[in-house]
Design a protein around this ligand. Structure first.
Ligand code: ADP
Length: 166
């Protein structure tokens, strides 16, 4: 049986916590599709194209990981690509409420799609894209949080966040 899972998110930008979930997820499933989406509650710093490009750059050596943009409901995207499982990362107890609500909503929308959670690695459990952008705004060093292969591609935009704060 070919087990295909979909890991959706905004990835604005992708960071080491996401990368860890992608690597571990790609060992659990035969194929992992990273779906880069649009969250109507978030105004992204990076465009959809940029976010897709960054994720592609980071996973380029991982043969069973594919990266695709998507719009609309995650469950529709999962169906479209003939997968039946969603992968999510869980950081802290504060993620629980949101993820619990989302997975119940998705289950109601499509009962054949299961959500599987992987606990965030302790060293990344504090990490979020918004925290990264705050650190960037105050000129902090992001090397410990961002994948090195995407760092160069992100520098310009992240420096822009810093300027915008002034
Ligand atoms: P969304 O807007 O869908 O929450 P994110 O890009 O913020 O998109 O997150 C995508 C997924 O990655 C979610 O399942 C989120 O819980 C998970 N995630 C985010 N940060 C981390 C982290 N530091 N460690 C593990 N999983 C994470």
């Amino acid at each position: 049986m070919n087990r295909i899972a979909v890991y959706t998110g905004t990835f604005d930008p992708i960071h080491l916590g996401h990368v860890d979930i992608i690597e571990r997820g790609s060992r659990v499933f035969d194929k992992l599709v990273v779906g880069v989406g649009i969250n109507p509650d978030k105004a992204p710093l990076f465009t959809l194209d940029e976010r897709v490009k960054l994720v592609k750059e980071v996973v380029k050596t991982n043969k069973n990981v594919e990266v695709m943009p998507f719009t609309g409901l995650a469950v529709h995207f999962v169906r479209e690509i003939k997968a039946n499982c969603m992968l999510r990362g869980l950081r802290t107890t504060s993620d629980m409420e949101y993820e619990f609500t989302m997975s119940l909503a998705n289950m109601t929308l499509d009962s054949e799609i299961e959500t599987v959670f992987l606990m965030a690695k302790d060293i990344y459990s504090h990490l979020s894209s918004s925290l990264l952008k705050q650190i960037a705004a105050f000129g902090g060093n992001l090397e410990k949080f961002l994948p090195s292969d995407a760092l160069n591609l992100m520098q310009g935009k992240l420096a822009g966040v810093k300027k915008g704060m002034r």
